[in-house]
Design a protein around this ligand. Structure first.
Ligand SMILES: [Zn+2]
Length: 466
């Protein structure tokens, strides 16, 4: 598989450090509000990479942090008249509601900055001891001039940064590009004890500390939005590699921006959408489908027109799934030799899908492959070349297998109550009432052969397609 590495500015063959193990860190949200669709693109894209790596047989350990202390957290907590911790707890809960809706798998670890203050202080102490950090009245800064590699990730040159930053620079700093590792306590703000007095961590240091704590000093993939490349990720590289003398992350991946109606999304333009806003008009799956409809590095435009296209695209695929379900529940025949051959030939779309996903996670073309697959299945159905339950089951399986990698197309359809299904279900209810469990199991297996699963719940039975 090839991935575009921002550090080398080219597509590279992805080879993890150790066998088939992948250590991956994605920069998570600052939990001062619901997350917006720009954040959602980041979470969905790198969740998809994680899913695809797992699909390809890798053992992935995935860490995504919650930034639960920074200026925005403090400002927002004051305006809501609650503590920073209450604000964080509330929005982390909201994060999981939207993330689950968007089929974003929970990370193996979701560390919080405030729960890793010990590791953060330890890292700053190491940097100070090695001469990469200096203290000024309880603040601690990273000394960018002391670290020779500063700028290598983003391609920025320290001299240019100095010239650009001079105007607004804090005159106490040695260099305008130096950034805060630790911030001295201000009245009313949350603070923790440290060797430099009470205070709180700067933003960049938390990701270095937590990535190293949970994944080790060198990881395979570090990802985030394009806006994080500089200065956040540049600073992460500098402070991590200065502290350990080892490479911090081997592949740096960045997703592109989201524009709204061809304009850059911004609060001041009034075109700033949280996922919670969008989900009032479109469902989560349509949002996820939209977010994957472009290759992750290219900018994507958010508009009603494109959301409508996502809606109708998904509906088209579900219609085929429903047609296949209909075949399954109305026919119990095994596939003929010709049918078997036709269904086997569909595997070419899986190969195409993998080829495109292997090419720097080209989800746009991978989605086109699913449409090609569906088009072909429709042709088989309309020419009466796909009529058996067995063949229909295999076709559904393939659509769902590829959909699952993208986190879409897993919805259970309403089971069609044909006369046959209705009759079987009635007979099973009767058998159970007579405590004839052998008979009831026999009917259950018959339904299963038709692609229908019957589940017994407290409220009675439930039917769903397998
Ligand atoms: Zn980060």
């Amino acid at each position: 598989m090839k991935l575009y590495n921002s550090a080398t500015r080219q597509k590279e063959e992805f080879i993890p450090l150790e066998d088939n193990k992948v250590r991956m860190y994605n920069c998570g949200p600052t939990v001062y509000n619901y997350f917006h669709i720009g954040n959602a693109r980041n979470f969905v894209v790198f969740d998809t990479l994680r899913k695809y790596l797992i699909y390809r047989g890798y053992d992935v350990k995935f860490v995504q942090n919650f930034t639960d202390i920074d200026d925005r957290m403090i400002t927002q907590s004051i305006s809501e008249n609650i503590t920073v911790k209450e604000l964080a707890d509330k929005n982390i809960e909201e994060y999981f509601i939207d993330a689950q809706g968007l089929a974003i798998k929970e990370a193996d670890v979701h560390p919080k900055a405030t729960e890793n203050i010990g590791e953060i202080i330890k890292l700053i102490k190491t940097l100070e001891a090695k001469g990469y950090a200096y203290e000024l009245d309880g603040d601690v800064y990273f000394d960018t001039a002391a670290y020779k590699g500063y700028g290598k990730l983003s391609g920025h040159k320290l001299e240019d940064l100095e010239a650009g930053a001079r105007v607004s620079a804090d005159s106490r700093k040695k260099n305008p590009a130096d950034f805060a590792l630790w911030k001295a306590e201000k009245p009313g703000e949350p603070s923790w004890g440290s060797p430099w007095g009470k205070g709180r961590p700067g933003w960049h240091i938390e990701c270095s500390a937590m990535s190293m704590k949970y994944l080790g000093e060198t990881i395979d993939i570090h990802s985030g939005g394009q806006d994080l490349l500089f200065p956040h990720h540049e600073n992460e590289v500098a402070q991590s590699e200065a502290a350990t003398g080892k490479p911090f992350a081997r592949y740096w991946l960045h997703n592109g921006f989201i524009n709204v109606d061809d304009e850059k999304m911004s609060k001041s333009l009034g075109n700033f959408f949280t996922v919670r806003d969008v989900v009032k008009h479109y469902n989560y799956e349509e949002i996820r489908f939209f977010l994957l409809s472009a290759q992750y590095r290219s900018p994507v435009n958010f508009s009603d027109k494109l959301m409508e296209q996502s809606r109708s695209g998904l509906a088209r695929i579900y219609e085929t799934i429903a047609n296949l379900a209909h075949i399954r529940s109305t026919s119990s025949a095994d596939a003929s030799a010709d049918e078997k051959k036709a269904v086997e030939a569909l595997a070419v779309y899986r190969d195409n899908f993998k080829t495109h996903m292997d090419d720097d996670l080209n989800t746009a073309d991978a989605i086109a492959d699913i449409f090609d697959l569906v088009k072909n299945i429709n042709l088989l159905i309309s020419s009466n070349s796909l009529t058996s339950s067995e063949a229909a089951g295999k076709a559904v399986e393939l659509i769902k297998e590829l959909g699952n990698v993208l986190g879409i197309l897993q919805k259970d359809l309403e089971v069609e109550l044909t006369d046959e299904v209705r009759e079987l279900v009635a007979k099973r209810v009767e058998a159970r009432n007579n405590r004839d469990f052998a008979k009831s199991d026999e009917i259950r297996d018959k339904l299963k052969a038709m692609g229908i699963l019957i589940e017994d719940t407290k409220e009675g039975y439930k039917l769903k397609y397998i």
